[in-house]
Design a protein around this ligand. Structure first.
Ligand SMILES: [Zn+2]
Length: 62
């Protein structure tokens, strides 16, 4: 019965790309930077752009 572990990963509601995206944007000091009013400063982040691009490509599916 434990052999279904890999299948449950495939059925997960989020993709590895989405997980990477959420992990990055919750931990990256540039992507989480906010101004004095708590508004995201949207700093340029190469890694953030990369994970976002990967996520969009994955969602479009091929
Ligand atoms: Zn970032």
């Amino acid at each position: 019965m434990n052999n279904t572990a890999s299948q449950s990963v495939v059925d997960a509601p989020w993709s590895p790309e989405y997980e990477r995206l959420t992990i990055h944007f919750s931990a990256c000091p540039r992507c989480t930077a906010v101004d004095q009013e708590g508004v995201n400063r949207k700093l340029t982040c190469a890694e953030g752009a990369r994970v976002t691009a990967h996520f969009r490509q994955a969602r479009q599916g091929t």
